[in-house]
Design a protein around this ligand. Structure first.
Ligand code: PAF
Length: 280
């Protein structure tokens, strides 16, 4: 496995290889969820490139950026064990050199509601800008993302289509621990009590799924059920939203695929999770 620290080195390595390229962008602190993305890429692509870059531009809270786990040695070991060919791990100066003055910005409800509203406008600008740079650096055939970050995926699909970037976005199902909690690099910050409390999030999603399956289509009624489950565990969510999975416009009835998205703080840790109702 080769570790490239500059775009020039990454391109030099990729020039020597033939066949398809699969890109798995990460911010490191890898867990089983990342491993499932790497396995999907490994199955499909001749060359698997994984990136590790904790992108300062997408953090709204300096304390969140400072607290973000950095575990490069363990990340490289996991990447090697999953058969990654190339790791691109640049420093901030390589991605944002002096004089950097360009932002890729998706406008409208897709980027400005839910995570965009809670984390601030700059969050998805930061994601869109860095993912554009990573796609241009590696020029992959496929890029792999997890369904847990549903709004990030929708934003990425939007700018990839709008800018005509020649890549297929592959979305892999949310990876969950055996108790149902969505895997996240932030989970290690949860105390055992908080972790138990956090299970109310997947439970609320299941409650909504079961209620929708039993014929309840009104999303206000479904939201009330989710809120009751969360609040019974002492969780006061930032949002429980029912939206179109592509545009993120609010949906009032489950008549076609609807994304149910939850964001909540458990202790000091902010968690997100989602499910899709009505097929998709
Ligand atoms: O999902 C993430 O880990 C990040 O948002 C990404 C896509 C690697 C961009 O920094």
């Amino acid at each position: 496995m080769i570790v490239a620290r500059t775009v020039a080195d990454l391109r030099a390595v990729l020039r020597e290889r033939s066949g398809s390229i699969g890109l798995v962008p990460t911010m490191g602190a890898l867990h089983e969820g990342h491993a499932t993305l790497l396995r999907s890429a490994r199955k499909t692509d001749d060359t698997v490139v994984m990136t590790i870059f904790v992108n300062p531009a997408q953090f709204n809270e300096p304390s969140d950026l400072a607290a973000y786990p950095r575990t490069e040695e363990a990340d490289l070991a996991l990447a090697a064990s999953e058969g990654v060919d190339v790791v691109f791990a640049p420093d901030a100066g390589e991605v944002y050199p002096a004089g950097f003055a360009t932002t890729v910005s998706v406008t409208g409800p897709l980027a400005e509601t839910l995570e965009g509203a809670e984390r601030g406008r700059a969050h998805f600008d930061g994601v869109a800008t860095v993912v554009t740079k990573l796609l241009l650096a590696a020029l992959p055939d496929h890029a792999y993302f997890g369904a847990k970050d549903a709004q990030q995926v929708a934003v990425i699909r939007r700018f990839v289509a709008d800018l005509g970037i020649p890549v297929t976005i592959v979305v892999c199902p949310t990876s969950r621990d055996t108790d149902g909690l969505a895997r996240s690099s932030r989970n290690i910050r949860l105390s055992p009590e908080e972790r138990a409390q956090a299970l109310a999030i997947p439970h609320a999603l299941q409650e909504v799924t079961d209620a929708a399956a039993s014929g309840i289509a009104d999303t206000e009624a479904l939201r009330a059920r989710a809120l009751a489950t969360l609040e019974a565990s002492g969780i006061h969510p930032e949002y429980v939203a029912f939206v179109d999975p592509i545009t993120f416009a609010p949906v009032t009835a489950v008549a076609r695929p609807v994304l149910v998205a939850i964001a909540a703080r458990v202790g000091r840790t902010r968690l997100i999770d989602n499910t899709v109702l009505g097929g998709a």
